[in-house]
Design a protein around this ligand. Sequence first.
Ligand code: HAM
Length: 431
Amino acid sequence: MPTFRAPRGTRDLLAGERRAFARLEELASGLAARYGYRELETPLFEQAAVFERGIGEVTDVVEKELFRLASRTEEGEVWALRPEATAGIVRAYIQHGMHTQPQPVKVSLTGPMFRYDRPQAGRYRQFWQWDVEAIGDPGPAVDAEIIELGVRFYRDAGLADVRVLLNSIGDPACRPAYVETLREHYRPAIGRLPGIERERLESNPLRLLDSKDPAMAALNASAPRIVDRLCDACAAHFAAVRGHLDALGIAYRLQPGLVRGLDYYTRTAFEYYREGAEGQQQALGGGGRYDGLVELLGGKPTPGIGFALGLDRVVLALEANGGAGPVEPEVTAVVVGADPLETVLRLVVATELRAAGIAARAELGQRKLGKQLESAARDRAHFAVIIGDEYADGQVQLRDLPAGTQKTVARADLQREISRAHAAHRHGGPA
Ligand code: HAM
């Protein structure tokens, strides 16, 4: 038999890690509700053209990383797994006529994304994002609201040292002239540029600015900065975004080289990094404004802004900090029996407890009572319900495992007794 393994760049989230993800998803969902973002889902695959047009043909994500579904097409459509959520959400905004709803339309989506990237720590081919979008508001206040929401998420997740890097990358009024200036800056060095960078000099020179190639470092450091060349409208917008962030007490660092890897951005661009990791590739999250995207995908001109936070990287950062929080015991009561062979009553009692909303497990093996109790203690259960001779009189023994006490309880009172004592225990009161 062959040995099957999960595909390279993917991984199984086993119980502990899945729990850490579930906690982050719950946090995201709670914050989305508190900030007025409504959850939605889009398909895991779309027409490839949604991404090619939306994200841009000359981006790493589309050129190198798109998972195209080669063998399944319909009426000439080619599909691709989603590498990010924004383009699909904007497609849905247009398809469902959401421009007729009160603007902005604020949405939140959590789910897996797929990029055929070179796998390494924190870089996977299937990874999870929490994505939020506010479509239909030109800002600047909503820009600050969104940036603050990301910071709030990291803080509440337990990462207090996350910093915001901020830039404005202009709009169609001021960016073309800047891009030309940038070409002029790099052109004299064309012979020294690595191959891919040489191509990008013509096709998408902004991408050169965040090249990680060491050969580019000095050239990039002396490159002209777009923030110095914004048109009046973009400069005023950027100043106002910063003013709103200052008022919210959100610290940020201006990062003139931050251009983001997707082509749809205009004006505000930002990324979240852990303190001290700003120069590295491992952004915890990022986003920005995309005032041309709705129109590009066939809708009416509509501004928008959003972010996506990489949940895998948040889990990794929490683990590096010494764990993703305390692990709550999963079971409140374990039903055990004095007669090793008698499993029917154990299963019946556990089923009744579960029906009453209590997390319960029956010991279904046929081992001795001592072993059954040991396994209940290993599960860190609060109670062992012991079924013995008194069961014939409608009674069981209820053992409080942490307290080491035991009493006889009428079977009819069992659920009430467990619920009451467990609630008191969890709130730190007497059992
Ligand atoms: P992005 O910067 O491409 O933006 O991705 C956002 C975050 O997703 C990254 O900062 C990172 O934490 C995580 N991420 C990206 N690729 C990987 C990977 N291969 N493995 C693990 N984590 C990864 C977007 O996706 C935009 N859609 C954000 C946005 C929303 N802009 C406006 N609205």
